[in-house]
Design a binder for this molecule. Structure first.
Ligand code: ATP
Ligand code: MG
Length: 275
């Protein structure tokens, strides 16, 4: 398998070097976004410039969300601002906000000005949350249901909304004042009869995270409860967003490397003390 994979990568590289856009697109878009990101990061500035003209903003956004925050900034700086702005509007809003938080304020403002209004509004809504809190890592792309809709209606709704939701594994139920009153999994939905009301199948004891909670405490809740996503609420239980487990893995990684640096710093002083 590895050999075959390497051959495929060589083909992609060759297509790029020959300036064969058709061939590059066909072969490149077949590989996993993670591998696309690895390939992209191995290219020099000229090749990257070429890739920006070969891929749509949507295709490019898939690659960029697979690159470490520390490394991704320079790529945005070399891009045409209009292309960059379109990438941000295609990206899951939480990923877009993570990257924008790393960029100069002026740059951010200019992207938000060029971008379509709907995406800009979604991003602005998330940009003002304090760093390293639940609010800063949540996303606002999720599926919301009401208690009195039926399972059949919900299935129809999912067909429409699933493509843009960060996850459809859990569905969150709101009352008329947008308070979170229940949750169900897609499994719960699929096994229920189609004329059942959502309020009959949802669970009402919802575990939720408050928006100002420290991200490390949120990570601990994921460890404790084993859910794939958790809802984020304000002090009155209004649903503000959700956090998915893939974003928590990033937090855990960050935490682990911080702890490691501290440890390394400690053992360095130990050595100095001895000498
Ligand atoms: P099960 O483990 O029961 O087979 P599952 O694997 O489909 O279900 P899980 O992720 O384990 O799904 O979730 C179990 C149950 O917990 C689901 O019925 C879901 O509705 C419920 N649930 C999901 N999120 C929350 C939450 N934040 N608070 C309370 N319950 C939740
Ligand atoms: Mg389970």
């Amino acid at each position: 398998y590895e050999e075959q994979f390497q051959e495929h990568i060589d083909k992609v590289q060759e297509a790029l070097e020959n300036g064969n856009m058709e061939e590059f697109r066909t072969e490149f878009l077949e590989i996993h976004p993670y591998d696309q990101a690895v390939f992209f990061q191995q290219q020099d500035e000229d090749r990257r410039a070429q890739i920006y003209t070969y891929l749509s903003p949507e295709e490019m956004s898939e690659i960029l969300i697979n690159i470490d925050l520390d490394d991704v900034v320079e790529f945005f700086e070399e891009m045409d601002p209009r292309y960059a702005a379109m990438i941000f509007s295609e990206m899951p809003v939480d990923d877009a906000v993570d990257i924008l938080n790393e960029l100069d304020k002026e740059k951010v403002v200019s992207y938000l000005t060029i971008m379509d209004k709907e995406s800009a509004d979604d991003i602005k809504q998330l940009l003002h949350y304090e760093e390293k809190t639940a609010g800063s890592i949540m996303t606002t792309e999720y599926v919301v249901l009401f208690e009195d809709q039926t399972v059949a209606e919900t299935m129809q709704q999912l067909k429409k909304e699933a493509p843009d939701a960060e996850t459809i594994y859990y569905l969150f139920v709101l009352d008329n004042s947008k308070r979170l009153v229940g949750v169900l999994s897609i499994r719960d939905l699929i096994i229920a009869d189609s004329d059942t009301l959502i309020k009959e199948v949802m669970s009402t004891k919802v575990v939720a995270v408050s928006v100002a909670k420290d991200q490390e405490d949120v990570a601990q809740m994921f460890r404790d409860y084993d859910f794939l996503a958790l809802p984020v609420v304000d002090f009155q239980d209004h649903l503000l967003g959700i956090i998915t487990v893939d974003d928590i893995l990033d937090v855990m990684e960050e935490e682990a490397s911080e702890d490691y640096s501290k440890l390394a710093a400690m053992s360095n002083t130990d050595i100095k003390d001895d000498t």
